[in-house]
Each structure stands twice: as structure tokens, then as C-alpha cells.
Design a protein around this ligand. Structure first.
Ligand SMILES: *Cc1c(COP(=O)(O)O)cnc(C)c1O
Length: 426
């Protein structure tokens, strides 16, 4: 199974003789064993198997296997949300007194987690800007730096990551690179091929793809050298809460994801529900078809916007005139750049309001990346509490409109956008 389309459809669940063709929903908290010894071996991680859904469940397992195959990793762990995937992945490497580096252009929820909540726990994020040089980034690294975080396609800044620059720095300092690959999905970009060691996803978005299930997933590339690496003492010291296990030595290549489950999920308990795992797995069966259509429709919208007199600017990395077009050629498959487009409307907030009210197909929702087209004006919704100067600092202009272009017919989508733009200027 080499082709990514085949993996979307077939990876993960494999029925045995007489079993259901479609992955079953195992809606059970617990699992039965005939002897106490068998149960004990599972707790000791001596044998693979399920015993309690917080630590693993077959329906989650099918999804995890499929995502590990799609990203090219050694293992994966499904979580309750995209936020909990990022939280558990970071806390697997960093604890109070440690720090990590992150690109500052991030999803709003992630920015808050890094800038406020993790700081309160003593884990300090050091931000760097998109155009920071290697020297500037390296100056932020010390011996307590545990990872470098970035989004492969930043939401909503629409910046394509400079993977090569980060890989060079990370290899020099032997640091884990963690990438949020939510917007491109493995159909467009596979960060492990560009130097990432850990990938996180909000499966809530394109993976589910139908706006039914909040969820997240962490994938481990299985290649990072934790063993004997002084940056990662928690992987090299006996763990007192896991009867002295030394994860890097005793587990081997899957040390990261095994520790994330054995310690992180055990203690924080942010597991995905089996029903959500089942829906997400079903969504991924058509991921390759949907992403191609989202990307094609978004490119048409971006082209039409660029020529329209009602707009000031448009950001879509798939446009040849875009600042990040070269990186799309380098890191993204088939020139695809997802269904997200942002633009600045002429006439500021008033025009933005008129534009949204005039749309018929695009719905006003706080969501992105499902099959239906939707629109959001961050300055009056998600970023509503910010002052004019804070909005500017956050890169959210008063006239910024975010479109998540769906998989409806291209002509209907274009007609809706063009008509609403016209109304916005009346
Ligand atoms: C939505 C999103 C998240 C958070 O995911 P939730 O499932 O809402 O917790 C994280 N990163 C990116 C890029 C997102 O778009």
C-alpha cells in the first residue's frame, strides 16, 4: 500500500474471516480477560491489547493506525480535541522550568495556550517571527529548550512553513521539531519528510471533514534519537510512576508515543470517544478526494478575488503571486494549498458586515475545513475582545475575512462570493 489514496481508504482496520467489513464502534469502557496474569502483562506493556478505553480502544486504534500510515510514522494517539493533542505532545517533552520555541503565527487557541496557560505551569514559550533568521532563532535556544513548534500552513496567517531553515537548526542542536499539520493534512504535506519528529492535528477540521466530531491526533516519526540525549532527561531516567521504566532504552523507536499514552493520557485523560473516532475514520476515507476539490475551488475563489475591485489584498499560497508560492512548490503536493483563503475587503468593518449578510451559500460559523463553505470575520467574532492596536499586533486587520471554501460546485461558490462583494460596496 504505497499510494496515499489507497491508505485513506484501506489503512488501519483489517477484518478477519467473518468479521464486519466496516470498522466496528467499540462502545465499551473496559475489556475482559480470563486470567489476572494476562491483565497484569497488559499493564506492564509486555503485551499489546486493550484493557481500559482511556489508554486505548480498538476503534481509536484503527484511526491511529491509519493516521500513522498516512503521515509515515511509527505510531499515533487520538485525543479529545486538537488542543489536547498539542497540550499532551508538549507536556511529553517539557515540564516546569523548561522552555520551547514557537513560530508566533499560530491558531488563536494554540497562541493562548503557549502565551498564557503553559507559562502559568512554568513551561515558557519563546516566540519567533516568520522572517526570523537562523541566528536569531538559535539565540533563543538553551539547554532547557525541548522543542520547536510550527504550523505547516499557519491558520489564519496563511504562511507556509520554512521547513528547511527549522530542520537545519533542530539538527544542529538535537531538538525535536513538532508540526501542526491540520490545514494541509497528509494529502498535501507530510512534515516527517521535511524534518519534523512529531505531528499534531485537529482532526476536527479536514480529517473528519463533515463538522461532526471535535478531536485530535499525535503522530510519532519514531526516528528522533532520545536515547542518551541530555535534552530529554525524562526519556533517559527511570520513571517513578511507571515502575522504573526508562522510555528511550526500554521502548526504542516508539518511545515518544508510548510515553505520551503511558504517562500523558494515563494522567490527563483527554481521550477521544469511540463514536468520534469512527466518524473521523469514515471521513478520512474520502480525504484525498475532498482535499483536491477544496484546493481547486479555493484557487478559483482566490483568483476571482485578486481581480475584484472590492478587495484590497488576498492571501492564498496557491496563487503564483503569493509570497509563499515557492514553498508550495517545494513542500506541498500537486500545487494544492487547502480550502482556506483570507482577504481584506474595501470599506473596512462595515463592508465586511454587508458582505457576510449578502452571502447565501457560505454560512457564518466558527469553524473551518468541512465540506460546506463558510465565512468568518475575526475582528467581530473570535478576536472581538481585542483593541484596535491588539488586532494589529495579532495580524488581524479590521477588514480581514476568512473563507473556508467547501466542496460544492465551483460556479455556485463563485457566484455567491462575487454577488456578496458587489453588495458590500453598495
Ligand atoms: C482548530 C485548530 C486547532 C484546535 O483544534 P480543536 O479541535 O478545536 O481543539 C489547532 N490547530 C489548528 C491549526 C486549528 O485549525
Amino acid at each position: 500500500m504505497k499510494n496515499i489514496a489507497t491508505k485513506c481508504v484501506q489503512a488501519g482496520y483489517k477484518p478477519k474471516n467473518g468479521e464486519p467489513r466496516v470498522a466496528p464502534i467499540v462502545q465499551s469502557t473496559t475489556f475482559y480477560y480470563e486470567t489476572p496474569e494476562e491483565m497484569g502483562d497488559l499493564f506492564d506493556l509486555k503485551k499489546p491489547g486493550y484493557f481500559y478505553t482511556r489508554l486505548g480502544n480498538p476503534t481509536l486504534g484503527f484511526l491511529e493506525e491509519k493516521m500513522a500510515a498516512l503521515e509515515g510514522g511509527v505510531g499515533a494517539m487520538a485525543t479529545a480535541s486538537g488542543m489536547s493533542a498539542t497540550l499532551l505532545a508538549i507536556l511529553n517533552l517539557a515540564e516546569s522550568g523548561d522552555n520551547f520555541l514557537s513560530m508566533s503565527t499560530l491558531y488563536g487557541g494554540t497562541y493562548n495556550l503557549f502565551n498564557v496557560t503553559l507559562r502559568k505551569l512554568g513551561v515558557n514559550c519563546r516566540f519567533f517571527g516568520e522572517d526570523a533568521t537562523e541566528t536569531e532563532i538559535e539565540a533563543l535556544i538553551d539547554d532547557k529548550t525541548r522543542l520547536i513548534f510550527l504550523e505547516s500552513l499557519a491558520n489564519p496567517a496563511m504562511i507556509v512553513a520554512d521547513f528547511q531553515k527549522i530542520k537545519k537548526i533542530a539538527q544542529k542542536h538535537n531538538i525535536v521539531v513538532m508540526v501542526d499539520n491540520t490545514l494541509p493534512t497528509p494529502i498535501i504535506c507530510r512534515p516527517f519528510e521535511h524534518g519534523a519528529n512529531v505531528i499534531v492535528h485537529a482532526s476536527t477540521k479536514y480529517l473528519d471533514g463533515h463538522a461532526t466530531s471535535v478531536g485530535g491526533i499525535i503522530i510519532d516519526d519514531g526516528k528522533f534519537p532520545y536515547l542518551g540525549n541530555p535534552r530529554y532527561p525524562r526519556f533517559n531516567e527511570p520513571d517513578s510512576s511507571y515502575h522504573g521504566m526508562v522510555f528511550a532504552r526500554d521502548v526504542g523507536p516508539a518511545a515518544f508515543i508510548t510515553r505520551a499514552r503511558g504517562i500523558g493520557m494515563r494522567d490527563f485523560g483527554a481521550q477521544m470517544a469511540p463514536m468520534n473516532a469512527w466518524l473521523t475514520n469514515l471521513g478520512i476515507e474520502t480525504l484525498h478526494l475532498r482535499i483536491a476539490r477544496h484546493s481547486a475551488n479555493a484557487l478559483s475563489v482566490a483568483r476571482a478575488l485578486k481581480e475584484n475591485p472590492a478587495i484590497e489584498w488576498v492571501k492564498y499560497a496557491g496563487l503564483p503571486s503569493d509570497k509563499y508560492y515557492d514553498r508550495v512548490q517545494k513542500y506541498f503536493d500537486g500545487g494544492m494549498a487547502s480550502g482556506m483563503v483570507t482577504f481584506g475587503i474595501k470599506g473596512g468593518r462595515d463592508a465586511a458586515m454587508k458582505f457576510q449578510k449578502a452571502l447565501r451559500l457560505f454560512a457564518i460559523v466558527t469553524h473551518i475545513a468541512d465540506s460546506r463553505s463558510c465565512v468568518l470575520h475575526p475582528a467581530s467574532t473570535t478576536h472581538r475582545q481585542l483593541s484596535a492596536s491588539d488586532l494589529q499586533a495579532a495580524g488581524v486587520a479590521d477588514n480581514l475575512i476568512r473563507l473556508s471554501v467547501g466542496i460544492e460546485g465551483e460556479s455556485d461558490i463563485l457566484e455567491d462570493v462575487l454577488n456578496a462583494l458587489k453588495v458590500s460596496q453598495e
